[in-house]
Each structure stands twice: as structure tokens, then as C-alpha cells.
Design a protein around this ligand. Sequence first.
Ligand code: NAD
Ligand code: ZN
Length: 379
Amino acid sequence: MKAVVYEGPRQVSVKDVPDARIERPTDVLVRITSANICGSDLHMYEGRTDFEPGRWFGHENLGQVVEIGTGVDKVQVGDWVVVPFNISCGHCKNCERQLTNYCLTAQPEPKMAGAAYGFADMGPYGGGQAELLRVPWGDFNCLRLGEDAEQRQTDYVMLADIFPTGYHATEMAGVQPGDQTVIYGAGPVGLMAALSATIRGASKVMIVDRHPDRLRLAESIGAIAIDDSKVDPVQAVLDETMGLGADNGCECVGCQAHEPDGHEQPNLTMNRLVASVRFTGKIGNVGVFVPQGPGAGDELAKQGKLAFDYGMFWFKGQHIGTGQAPVKKYNRQLRDLIAAGKAEPSFIVSHELPLDRAPEAYEHFDKRDEGWTKAVLHP
Ligand code: NAD
Ligand code: ZN
């Protein structure tokens, strides 16, 4: 089958890899029809991780079931499904507590938890930027979709990761009706956090970035766009909140945070969040801080260390939640909001491309080129 294969830093190619197939009785085999490129793929693409050349990408996947193992009894051949990026068994200590992002069974390394498709350090699983995907524990890991699935793929595919991830940021930040919420990063994840804050009833959603196209998308769903290449974003948030600071904040950038001039400064968004959020406010951090890797930012980042203003964070009595999103905890409700026409996450999609054009999509998305907000590949 064809897949988007990692060759080395900033090099991908579309080539033949062994067909995904049923390996265990609980597996489901999906013919992938939509697979997104994610900001998380860029950590591997840029060589910040130890993702091995020859492996293939893709953790935001949707498609149609073509085969099921003998132990599968809910999912059926022909079903349209979206697949949470977390691979989880459903019955370990963490999965039973809805922490499918830290499944203890799917991750083969005994000292680690959590697994994903086509990901560094998250198990040996193949990705879905390919024609076929093997879904382990298929009954647990496939979310079935309604009859409108095929027509509305660009909405439903966001349930594999970024819509639940944005929602998770607002959950960890404790966004409640009437709150004033600030989001750092207007990439796909930050835009999904803005949509989620709106769904949860925030009275004011402020979003910080410097790309005009991404800020325009944020405004299209009613958020206040703050361009940090033009204004001091912390002051802008204080001005919007009568000097008190936002009730809560979401970090949706991660270790690639940089100044508008391009200088990489991984601690920038955390420091600004601590300064932008009020005393006792909560912060939800879903932007990834890659533990370590040869290509990771400055010396501290290379060691997996981040120095942020913990003293002020402590003084203000703030709280923080971190980590990968437990997609399954939210995706059913978010699916039903999409089905009911109450959420349309596809507003961020800028490009729909055949698998063959993945290399150019990676290149443009990695440079955050104007107009490249979210690319959906159709194998
Ligand atoms: P992205 O990396 O394109 O988005 C990041 C955005 O942040 C860009 O628009 C960039 O201009 C902006 N930015 C950079 N520096 C900034 C700063 N100092 N202040 C404000 N904005 C700044 O792509 P994405 O897909 O939105 O991913 C964002 C992050 O979320 C990545 O780290 C990704 O790995 C992570 N992620 C986490 C999870 C999870 O489960 N926790 C899931 C998906 C993605
Ligand atoms: Zn993703």
C-alpha cells in the first residue's frame, strides 16, 4: 500500500510499505479516506524526535471498515468510523478511568504509557496517511459515524484528534459559561480550543498569534484576534479584562513557540499565559513539549527542560493541566454536536489533497505558509 514515509529531517516521500492487515482477533482494518497532517507530525518531520526513517505518519484518521477480526462484535464491515489518535485497550487501570491517553497495554515499553498511530515513542504502530490502517482493539477504538459521514468527512475527521484536543485544553482550563478565556496559538489546535470555549459558553475568547490568515479564521467564529507582532499580547488581554487577566488560558503552541521575528523561545507562551491569566486561574496546556530530541530548540529544550516563571505561577495560585488529550472522553458528544449542525470544525480546512501531494503539504504547513492552516489527505 502507499503511505507517507519519513525519510529524515524535512523529507517525506509517498511510497510502498507492507499492507496493514488484521494481526489479532480484536483488530479492525480500515480503508482510509481522510487523514490529516497535524502540528504534532511536525515534531517528527523536523527531526526533533527519534522517529525512525522508514516509518509512516498519520494519527488523524477516518475511513470505512473493510475487514474485522474474529473477536470484533460491535464494528461491522462497511461502517464509517473515525479513529481516536490514542490507541487504547479499554480495560487497563488508566483506560478504566477514561485516561485512554495513558493506556498501559498498548504501549510496549513498561516504563511508558500511551500509544498512537505513526508516532515517535508511542509504540510501533503504522500511521493512517496510507491506504489502510490496522486499528487494535477495534470495538473500543473506532467511533462509528452516521449516514452523513462520507459527505462530511472534513468535519468528522477532526474528531480523531484536534477537536477533542482543543476541547481538552478548555476542560483542563476549567472554562465555564461567562468566562473570559485566552488562547495562545491560532493553529488548528488553538482554533479548536476557541471553538470549544465558545461551545462551553465563554463570554469572551481571545486568541494570540501573528499569522493574519489564522487570526481571520479565529475572528470568523467570534474570537478576539490579538496579533503579537503588533501589540504586547499580555497587555492586550489585561485591557480586555479590566486589568484582572483572563479567567483561564490554553497553551496550544508547545516547544516550537517563537517570537514573531522567528527566534525560537520555548518558554514564551507559558510565561505569557502566567502573566495573562488572573490569580487562581487555570491553564490547559496541550501544545507538545517534546521530552528531548536532537533538533529541539535551545540547549535546555534539547535536554527536555523548560524554564518558565514558576515563581509567579505559584504566587498567583494558578493551576495547570498538561499532556495528550484522552480523545475518547469527548469524541462521542462532539460527534453529536457536528451531526446536529452545532459545530463545524471543518472551517479550518485550507487544502484537500491526494496522498501523492503530501510532501508539498508538509513543506507548506511546516513553514506556516499563508493560507496553509489544515491539510486533509485523501488516500
Ligand atoms: P501549529 O504548530 O501550526 O500551531 C501553532 C501556532 O502557534 C502557529 O499558528 C504559530 O504561529 C503559533 N505560535 C508560535 N509561537 C507563538 C507565540 N509565541 N505566541 C502565540 N502563538 C504562537 O499546529 P497545531 O496543529 O495547532 O499544533 C499546536 C500544538 O499542539 C503542537 O505542539 C502539537 O504537537 C500540539 N498537539 C497536542 C495534542 C495533544 O493531545 N496534547 C494533540 C494535537 C496537537
Ligand atoms: Zn494530531
